[in-house]
Write a new protein. Sequence first.
Length: 192
Amino acid sequence: MSNIIIDNIQATEISNWGCSITGSPEQIIENVRLSNIHIQYEGGGTLEDAVREIPEMPESYPSSSMYKILPVYGFFCRHIKYLNLHDISISYKNKDVRPAIYCENINGMSITNLNCKIDTDSDALFVFKKIKDAMIMGCRPYGNSKSFLKVIDTDSENILLFNNDFSKVKKEIVDSNLEAGKITVSNNIQKM
């Protein structure tokens, strides 16, 4: 699949499964753009849900229910080349401690003007694994979180955090094992 554009969506009372945009290691999705989207999920995700490992399931692909509850309440994105998320607002109705966005094996990513509800018990707003060439700009959590970004591998590189609102997070980045210079943090709003 390639060249996918989804624009101008408003939805409320969506299930607590979250949304998945996933290819497979053998079939990478290319050029995905989601913009002008406002979603309120049902919520209710637990700490156990937040740490779920999602297996590759090529035999079930592309069933929308193949993963059941995802480790994020918002978007689970995996195996994509060129992902663009722009002007998106996501929230939940019932307490949910899962992160808003999980991205894995993505080469070329831009996330701009994302506003997300986040719980004080959530580890991070974003969780990244195997990410190359990413820019996160103008994003704002509403609610307090332990961190803005959690990187769970040592292979990610060239991640830029620019002009985001860090005023409600305890840490910008969860302790990462990435080498110096692989994440650049610039011009963000800090705690007052």
